[in-house]
Design a protein around this ligand. Sequence first.
Ligand code: SF4
Ligand code: SF4
Length: 379
Amino acid sequence: MQSERETSVLAPDALEDLIAALSGLGFQVLGPTLRDGAIVYDELESAAELPGGWTDRQEAGRYRLERREDQARFGYAVGPHSWKRFLFPPEVTLWRARRGADGEVIVEEPRLEDRPLALIGVRSCELHAIEIQDRVFTGGRYVDRDYANRRKGAFIVAVNCTTAGGTCFCVSMGTGPEARGGHDLVLTELLAAEHGFLAEAGSPRGAEVLAVLPRRAATPADLAAAGAAVDAAREQMGRSMQTDDIRDLLARNLEHPRWDAVAARCLSCGNCTQVCPTCFCSAVEDSTDLSGETAERSRVWDSCFSVEYSHIHGGSIRPTARGCYRQWMTHKLGTWIDQFGTSGCVGCGRCITWCPVGIDITEEVAAIRLTEDDGAAAA
Ligand code: SF4
Ligand code: SF4
């Protein structure tokens, strides 16, 4: 059997064997594919569904697919989906109620999903995001039953980044571009000489899966090529964020005039929170059928940008875009550290790309840092 530390090289065709092996083990296999002009995550039945030969160009408020000159399967940055949509789905039924034969109310919890997930193409920033959500949903006194169930058996095939996006800043957040743990297998796509994937197991079950794939032993040249490809992504990083003292910087500047400037542009659409792989706001909705015979309670994604989300007796406590953006950013980068011991941002850049008006969290932090004295004076 392959040990966890041995490295192998897989030919592109071996991805078909990987999907077949994971399906054969009972996993629902999920991975990147093209849909609606973007690279999204969905169920994969074949490696032909991977976005071979495609890349993305990303800038603040802009995302475009382009053809690559090669057939790279993972030659793009991250798209609008994150793995949160499978581990913490946008809508989950919490319970259903119906009337029994004698008119009594019978309440039932839905059965938990019993098919474990296999996630293919997980980037380093996304591994960090999953780790953050693990802490949010399972690290405290109250464990989220649905999340814990989806997460516990998940098989993770990480892919080291060899192409960074224009809005990526994982290097400055210490979250990438190289996967350093939390995966079962890690691949690095090699394109310079022969097309293939340097593969290394990250867990005993990852080693078992790797052992059944057609492969050859990696050579020092393969290892050097993989290292160079990841270094190239590190150099390509489109943005950076200076994080030292960030919690206190934001706490000192709650009345900085920059919040007004960003609020004048922000549409309060909540896109940034929906695409963010760590945001976890949710609401609970009840519904009944028209006859009153059945009722259902669901948990749905919500956003701290929605006025209703902060509605308590007497009205919303954050009725303005200024208040919402400030709450989102100071929580993500500051008070998240107090709450969970890490930043809530992994530098994936999605909130920048998918903001319809191109608001850039790295630019907002830099502006506050640069003009802190003005802000303090204005307070
Ligand atoms: S705040 Fe933005 S850059 Fe940071 S993890 Fe969320 S979407 Fe990614
Ligand atoms: S920052 Fe951008 S994405 Fe977020 S709510 Fe405002 S306009 Fe929408």
